[in-house]
Ligand binder design. Structure first.
Ligand code: HEM
Length: 409
């Protein structure tokens, strides 16, 4: 419990309406100004406020033991009290805390491991090469959906042993059910629930198949790990698989868009990558993730009164690390407002993947996909260009690109 007497009050935290300041480019200006002036701001949300932590040094505390992850309350506030969406949110690791979270995360962490993901490198490179060759020299195409969305879907389908013929329906389920995680459009609820139900039944079949015929792949190892721990319900076992698929789709797709866009905006850096794809692919993807992070923030709830940077945050208050701000904190990054794949101050634990107990469980796979895609484009289509309008980012928990037409050449 914080010593309340010496602390500045919650009401003293400046209130800023960042939401009114899209497009995003101007948000970065606002973050720069506010971050220099204060470690915390309040932004309006619903009927109240959320505190945004702007500086990198507060990250560990904001996601640490004094706060908790939101559970089902965000759905309840949207009027979703039951049904497939509610059940999914109630069972997935991302929206759980403490022992329940650990119980759900452990079998995934054990099996969805670095070694398996590294083994996917040649696969990711081959899938990228195939999609590039099909479009090379054939004029502009919808890069977001025809290319960037295909990579994570095809890779995870491969990891799960899903046949190519099921890809279209699988991708439709991903697209519909990803909406279950964010703010739900009431009119879309029936479609989201229908897709989530079908998707869950499909995952159940995959799980049943691996139980009957284990074959040493990720799902076989995963069902074995859940059986060994013995304390997960069938719904939880399934929800982690659906959760992995969803958490890895929009995030990776948008990172692939934004990083390529930034590289092409900086022709000398693009040329450097073209000259040495394998040497620079890691640096290029790290800088893309820093400069335009796909996950904009990490929201939490204060468990009890807590002191953050000299302010009293009352128990129950909402607070979030602003990844848009901390990834441009000059205390960590030199010239943070410039895109520079050669920078030497990237953090070992890249903040774009979060921090603490919920730090991204798919980071190794995301890195493999991003790096291999960038290297493949640089190698096979060095004269690639953006055609038409520059992509714009929709603000939100996961920042999505509105459109991006590209010509591979
Ligand atoms: C560029 C791509 C990605 C980014 C930027 C990203 C970012 C993040 C962040 C910031 C979190 C923490 C959220 C929080 O604490 O509230 C997270 C969690 C998570 N991510 Fe990722 N992610 C990416 C790709 C992936 C991939 C490819 C997968 C799996 C296939 C994945 C699976 C997960 C899971 C399961 C969690 C929940 C972990 C937990 O609650 O313990 N992510 N991700």
């Amino acid at each position: 419990m914080a010593d309340t007497l010496t602390l500045k009050s919650y009401n003293d935290i400046p209130t800023v309406d960042f939401a009114q300041n899209s497009p995003e480019a101007s948000s970065y200006d606002m973050f720069r100004q506010w971050r220099a002036a204060t470690p915390l701001v309040k932004v309006p949300i619903g009927f109240g406020h959320m505190v945004l932590a702007l500086r990198a040094r507060t990250v560990e505390q904001v996601v640490g033991s004094e706060t908790r992850q939101l559970e089902t309350e965000s759905k309840i506030l949207q009027g979703v009290f039951d049904g497939p969406i509610y059940d999914f949110i109630a069972q997935v690791m991302l929206f759980a805390n403490g022992e329940v979270h650990q119980r759900r995360r452990q079998p995934v962490a054990r099996t969805f491991a670095f070694k398996l993901m590294e083994a996917m490198r040649p696969k990711a490179a081959a899938i990228a090469a195939e999609l590039i060759q099909e479009r090379l020299g054939k004029g502009p195409f919808d890069y977001v959906n025809e290319f960037a969305a295909q990579i994570p879907a095809r890779i995870i389908a491969d990891i799960l042993g899903i046949p190519r013929s099921d890809l279209p329906v699988f991708m439709q389920w991903i697209s519909d059910t990803a909406e279950a995680i964010g703010f739900i459009d009431v009119a879309r609820r029936p479609q989201i629930e229908k897709s989530l139900t079908e998707f869950s039944a499909y995952v159940d079949k995959l799980l049943a198949d691996r139980r009957a015929n284990p074959r040493g792949d990720f799902l076989s190892e995963y069902v074995a790990a859940t059986a060994a721990s013995g304390d997960m319900t069938e719904g939880e076992i399934r929800a982690q698989v659906v959760g992995l698929i969803l958490a890895g789709s929009d995030t990776t797709r948008n990172a692939m868009c934004m990083t390529l866009f930034q590289l092409l905006q900086h022709p000398e850096q693009w040329r450097a990558l073209v000259a040495d794809p394998d040497g620079l692919k890691k640096k290029a993807s790290e800088e893309g993730l820093r400069y335009e992070p796909v996950v904009s923030g990490i929201p939490r709830v204060a468990i009890e009164d807590m002191a953050v940077e000299g302010y009293l945050i009352p128990g129950g208050a909402m607070l979030a690390v602003s990844l848009l701000s901390v990834l441009r904190d000059p205390e960590v990054y030199a010239n943070p407002e410039s895109f520079d794949i050669h920078r030497t101050d990237q953090q070992r634990w890249h903040l774009a993947f979060g921090a603490g107990a919920h730090r991204c469980a798919g980071e190794a796979l995301a890195r493999v996909e991003l790096e291999e895609v960038l290297a493949a484009i640089a190698r096979l289509a060095p004269n690639t260009r953006i055609v038409g309008q520059a992509p714009r980012l929709n603000p939100g928990a996961i920042r999505t690109v509105d459109q991006m037409r590209v010509e591979f050449a």
